[in-house]
Design a protein around this ligand. Structure first.
Ligand code: HEM
Length: 420
């Protein structure tokens, strides 16, 4: 996606193609090349009206089939035009979300494959910025040193996932990773991963970067958010399975699942180091056009949090949960949690001390990794926005300071009386 066609050129192309062809002929690359060269916030009104018409003419899905890829894609392009712009549409989550497999090992594999694709694509994008024909968005290009640093930090998140999913003998050497993690060369690893992508994955990858403005670093911001979201989806599904295992008197398996959730969140923490390489002046420029989209609207994060224990009344009534109405409804409808189900087993004398200790150890690990997640997020926000308010309409950093006191597994005597 190198040279950008003008809005008038795209309109002409779209009119020609929709007369003759179906949805599969939609000129995704052409439209995205244009969108990334001007920013989604600045799309031409005539082009937006035509895209809206095309969306209106698409066949309506029947039965259990959701909207087609093209329909979801156009919903993302048109979010600002429709006045529906928010965090899920900014991050194009509907284009990346795969059905979550019921088996947790398969769910982990699915998370690993998606995160690897997202970060491999990021490395490719960063490396192309140094060529004669960099991909858009190309405002404020990075130095070669910054590109190399980003590849190294992305590799730190990719290595554990690659060791679990890629065939042995490829770009990642398990012995070298065990000795010194983070040294796998990023370019060859990215190339190996991208070679495995089929046409549907390629389309999801290209369609899911719709920056609001034209600065290079927004690509990094989007891919980091998407990688975390993919991780939260896995964490939520594994914790829901842990609740079922507890309910089915299999606490040892539940403890293993909670421990795996802690491990995967820990592996993902270097995503924050990667995002910390974003230049604050770039972020402060493009965030002018992201007002109304904030990760406080992340349903994935609130789902995993509320599967650990029921949030306090105060937190439920705060923007933390009023920003995610679907998750709020699950909680108020009495969604079962790890902590309640676990304590139910203790009360019913159905939990032996060894299983209780294993659950305690796993929950403590998850708690401590999540505290690190919140502290790192807080420090990143201080660095990037200082005293500015959040794009999710909170005061910003003071909101993040207040949530540091919350716990995923509050002590039983504090339960229901959390700060939040
Ligand atoms: C430049 C980097 C970032 C900054 C400046 C930032 C800033 C903020 C701010 C100010 C809030 C409060 C809500 C608001 O008014 O918007 C918030 C909430 C949140 N952010 Fe970030 N954030 C950043 C990166 C991330 C990333 C990479 C993630 C991962 C998905 C993330 C996840 C969250 C979540 C889950 C919340 C809600 C926390 C809660 O309600 O307890 N943020 N962020």
């Amino acid at each position: 996606m190198t040279s950008a066609t003008s809005a008038a050129g795209i309109v002409e192309e779209l009119r020609a193609r929709t007369v003759n062809g179906g949805a599969e002929e939609f000129p995704y690359t052409l439209l995205l090349g244009h969108l990334r060269s001007v920013g989604k916030h600045f799309l031409d009104a005539g082009l937006l009206r035509l895209l809206d018409e095309i969306r209106g003419s698409l066949p309506q899905p029947e039965g259990r089939d959701g909207p087609s890829f093209l329909h979801r894609f156009l919903d993302v392009v048109l979010d600002k035009h429709d006045d529906r712009y928010d965090y899920p549409s900014y991050t194009a989550l509907s284009l990346l979300t795969r059905p979550v497999p019921a088996d947790w090992r398969e769910a982990l594999r699915s998370r690993d494959e998606t995160v690897l694709l997202l970060l491999a694509d990021l490395i490719r994008f960063e490396e192309r910025s140094a060529t004669d024909t960099p991909d858009a968005p190309h405002g404020m290009p990075p130095s070669p040193e910054l590109v190399a640093k980003r590849a190294r930090l992305a590799v730190r998140v990719m290595e554990p996932a690659a060791l679990r999913t890629l065939p042995p003998g490829g770009a990642v050497d398990p012995v070298a990773v065990a000795a010194v993690p983070g040294r796998t060369p990023g370019g060859p690893l990215a190339a190996e991963i991208l070679r495995t992508a089929g046409p549907e994955e390629d389309l999801a990858l290209v369609g899911s970067v719709q920056p609001v403005y034209v600065l290079h670093d927004e690509y990094l911001f989007l891919r980091t958010l998407q990688s975390f979201e993919t991780t939260f989806t896995f964490m939520s599904s594994a914790l829901a399975t842990a609740v079922r295992r507890l309910d089915g008197d299999r606490p040892g398996e539940a403890a293993d699942l909670v421990g795996t959730v802690a491990d995967v969140l820990k592996e993902s923490l270097p995503l924050f180091s990667l995002l910390a390489t974003m230049r604050p002046e770039a972020f402060q420029t493009f965030r002018t056009f992201t007002e109304g989209a904030s990760a406080i609207q992340s349903a994935g994060y609130k789902t995993f949090e509320s599967l650990c224990s029921t949030p306090s009344h105060g937190r439920l009534a705060s923007p933390a949960y009023t920003s995610v109405p679907q998750v709020h409804a699950w909680v108020t409808n009495g969604q079962a949690t790890v902590q309640d189900t676990w304590h139910g087993l203790i009360a019913a004398h159905r939990l032996d001390p060894a299983d209780d200790a294993a659950l305690r150890a796993a929950a403590d690990r998850l708690e401590s990794v999540h505290q690190r997640w919140k502290q790192t997020h807080y420090r990143l926000a201080v660095r990037m926005i200082g005293e500015r308010s959040g794009t999710g309409y909170t005061e910003g950093v003071p909101y993040l300071a207040a949530v540091l006191d919350n716990r995923l597994f509050p002590a039983r005597d504090r339960h229901g009386a959390l700060v939040g």
